[in-house]
Design a protein around this ligand. Structure first.
Ligand code: PMP
Ligand code: GLN
Length: 384
């Protein structure tokens, strides 16, 4: 069928997301999927049981619009314990159906026509479309390569009177880089005295390696008072398919976000909120996650050490980026396609995370996989 009338095209430069494209290709070629970021192992039986119990106990109708109060209270407690920051569960914490929905909602609520939003690239692919759909302008800053560091002096030059928001992401997807305390102080200094807000995407907050501490903006009171923190249960509990996250923001920012949220979804899945609320009584789930993923990172890096790929730093997240210059001078998209069709391993070409499709010949591999899966992929990658 085809509609014959005039159709608006609000995202003219956007096709299917690179994650869908690569996962479909991986499935077509029966390739090992180290492309899209999701675990190939299951979540805990305890968590599954908690969802079933909530359903059996009749928690099957709408949750309150901002989320179950018991869940918001547990999040407040956890945030205070980890980052010494107080968020009022009544007015400053909102449960959303996944971080992507949280990012979208906050941007629609806070960005108007011609507002400028600074995006630090490479960047998660939902940021720019969300800004453009709100009528805003994405102003991109490309991090220094290959360290994926920010030169704050250079970035500062992008600020204008129209700058309404800057989006940061630590630990960072796709690079695995993290922001340091010094980065946060520099951000705090440059943004003070402006009207700009900060959106801090911290969905990998519990996946950080080598003893580094996660630098949540919640730790920095002056930043926190102008920030929206985005978090996702999917990364922390191996439940990316359950799509549940939350936003932390000062009361007046939260009030604006909730006005939009009530018309985006109104509320998030009730039984799953009950389950997360109960599992948050056991901090070991998130406190042990860094160690769990550090073992996988180390296995994957050790396996690639003598390969033709050059390993880039990975201090957090569940992604390892590599440069393939020694193997080919193909563009990264073509390289990723060849790797799938000829060698049966799927990755993500990192140029997909740049507005200008900047291609440093880098591929991103997701190591949130069983040891067996990683070893199979390593066998192939080491022979190239
Ligand atoms: N931000 C980043 C940096 C991510 O990698 C992801 C993972 N997809 C998200 C946000 C979205 O998380 P969710 O699956 O909860 O929407
Ligand atoms: N965050 C995951 C990734 O970067 C998946 C995102 C998605 O499929 N939208 O691979």
């Amino acid at each position: 069928m085809k509609f014959e009338g005039h159709l608006n095209n609000k995202l003219p430069n956007i096709g299917n997301s690179v994650f869908s494209v690569m996962t479909i290709l991986a499935n077509q070629h029966n390739a090992i999927n180290l492309a899209q970021g999701f675990p190939d192992f299951d979540c805990s039986d305890e968590l599954k049981k908690l969802v079933n119990v909530a359903i059996q106990n009749g928690h099957n109708q709408y949750a309150p619009m901002p989320g179950l109060m018991s869940l918001r209270e547990k999040i407040a407690e956890k945030t205070e314990n980890l980052y010494s920051a107080k968020y009022n569960p009544e007015t400053e914490i909102t449960i959303v159906p996944g971080a992507t929905a949280g990012i979208y909602t906050a941007i629609q609520a806070l960005i108007k026509e011609n507002d400028e939003v600074i995006i630090i690239e490479p960047a998660y692919d939902s940021y720019i479309p969300a800004v453009e759909l709100a009528g805003g302008k994405a102003i991109v800053y490309e991090m220094l390569f290959p360290e994926y560091k920010i030169n704050w002096e250079q970035l500062k030059k992008l600020f204008t009177v129209r700058t309404k928001l800057i989006i940061i992401n630590t630990p960072h997807n796709p690079s695995g880089a993290i922001l340091s305390a010094e980065d946060m102080r520099k951000l705090e200094k440059l943004i003070n005295g402006t009207d700009a807000l900060v959106m801090s995407d911290e969905v990998y907050e519990h996946i950080i390696f080598d003893g580094f501490e996660h630098q949540s903006v919640a730790r920095y009171p002056q930043l926190a008072q102008r920030s929206i923190i985005v978090s996702s249960f999917g990364k922390t509990y191996h439940t990316t398919g359950w799509k549940m996250g939350y936003l932390l923001a000062p009361e007046n920012i939260t009030a604006q976000i909730r006005k939009v949220y009530q018309f985006l979804s109104f509320a998030a899945n009730t039984p799953i909120q009950h389950a997360y609320s109960a599992i948050l009584n056991k901090p070991s789930y998130y406190l042990e996650l860094s160690h769990f993923y550090q073992q996988k990172r180390d296995l994957f890096r050790a396996g690639l050490k003598n390969s033709s790929f050059k390993l880039l730093e990975c201090s957090g997240s569940y992604f390892q980026s590599v440069v393939y210059d020694k193997l080919s001078d193909k563009g990264d998209f073509e390289m990723a396609q060849t790797l799938i069709s000829e060698h049966k391993v799927a990755s993500i070409p990192v140029s997909a995370f740049y507005k200008r499709k900047t291609d440093h010949h880098v591929l991103r591999f997701c190591f949130a996989k069983k040891e067996e899966t990683l070893n199979k992929a390593l066998d192939i990658l080491c022979k190239l």
